[in-house]
Design a protein. Structure first.
Length: 340
């Protein structure tokens, strides 16, 4: 089947492991049939590290294990953009780093890692504005900084994906779309995540409106879902570490069937657009959090990741969106053989 007519399935691998070891992560993903993963937290023998902290030796070991388990990196799931825009006490523990230093060190490091893992994609965020203030009042600074990150990625032949998430300047699809419009850079795309809107009190209908706003800048989709929450939380700071009602994509309020059905109509054009930047296709990246999630990650476990993938596949099937999981022919090919 032509690549332009199907999505590429991937997952944030650390969600599939209890102890976050590389072997457990990769074994779990290979067992459920995935060929791609996004790298975030991982242990290759010297303790759990965020991808940004990996040494050259650890990277080489991970690359060797990727070959063994038949995996490729979809994206660097970096924390770029999860720092304060301004150095102002606001009751949060979010760090502030002067932007010039952040660009030269952290963003440059993320680009180095993308090349080391042979991916064209870096996932990131839109910066924390001071808690209690309006995100809209900080759009100009966020646009400037994100634009400079996009340019840094572009110079490295990479693409920066900006994820919608609570408490950030780009906390809604409409705000993220406005950032994308103002930045107006080919190296910037948007990453949709339905659960990150549901936790803010958006209804299923409203989530779809945010999806519609993000479509012109869409790069890929994160998949997690959430039980409906009270609309009384709208506009308020979300206590991310207290969130506990994440569910597979076929059980929550995200409205994934309608969203993925719409994505299907976009696949040919979007795949072509991404291919010009060296990206193999449109990723649908599982980040289920079914055992819980917080500001910098979540947990599903190997069983939870399998449950989440089956839930996603049920929704993809209902939406008539094509995808591929490993089969016996893939196993034979890995052995240098073909089916009779």
């Amino acid at each position: 089947m032509a690549q332009a007519s199907r999505v590429l399935l991937s997952a944030l691998a650390d969600e599939a492991a209890f102890d976050l070891s590389a072997v457990e992560q990769f074994a779990a993903l290979a067992a459920i049939g995935l060929e791609y993963y996004s790298i975030r937290h991982i242990d290759v023998g010297k303790g759990v590290k965020n991808v940004m902290k990996l040494t050259l030796g650890e990277i080489q070991k991970i690359r060797h294990l990727e070959d063994r388990y038949g995996l490729n990196v979809a994206s660097i799931a970096s924390p770029i953009g999860k720092v304060k825009l301004v150095d102002k006490a606001d009751g949060t523990k979010n760090a502030y780093v002067p932007f010039k230093q952040y660009l030269a060190k952290d963003v440059a490091r993320a680009c180095e890692l993308a090349h080391a893992f042979e991916t064209k994609l870096i996932r990131g965020f839109s910066f924390y504005h001071p808690r209690g203030e309006h995100a809209e009042d900080h759009l100009e600074q966020a646009v400037d900084q994100i634009g400079r990150i996009a340019e840094a990625c572009h110079r490295s032949d990479l693409t920066f994906g900006l994820e919608v998430e609570a408490n950030l300047v780009g906390q809604t699809g409409k705000l993220l779309a406005e950032i994308h419009r103002r930045v107006n850079h080919p190296a910037l795309v948007l990453v949709f995540d339905a659960a990150n809107l549901i936790v803010q009190g958006f209804s299923t209908k409203e989530v779809y409106a945010e999806w519609e706003a993000m479509k012109p800048g869409l790069g890929w989709v994160h998949i997690k879902d959430y039980r409906p929450v009270s609309r009384s939380v709208r506009g308020k700071h979300v206590e991310e570490d207290a969130l506990a009602n994440f569910v597979p994509a076929d059980l929550g309020a995200g409205g994934h069937e309608r969203i993925l059905r719409d994505l299907k109509t976009m696949l040919p054009a979007l795949t072509k657009k991404l291919s010009r930047r060296g990206i193999p296709g449109v990723f649908v990246d599982l980040e289920p959090h079914v055992r819980g999630g917080g500001q910098f990650g979540g947990t599903s476990g190997p069983d939870g990741m399998g449950i989440a993938l089956r839930g996603l596949c049920r929704v993809l099937d209902k939406a008539s969106v094509a995808y591929h999981l490993r089969d016996f022919d893939d196993l034979l090919a890995a052995r240098g053989m073909t089916s009779a």
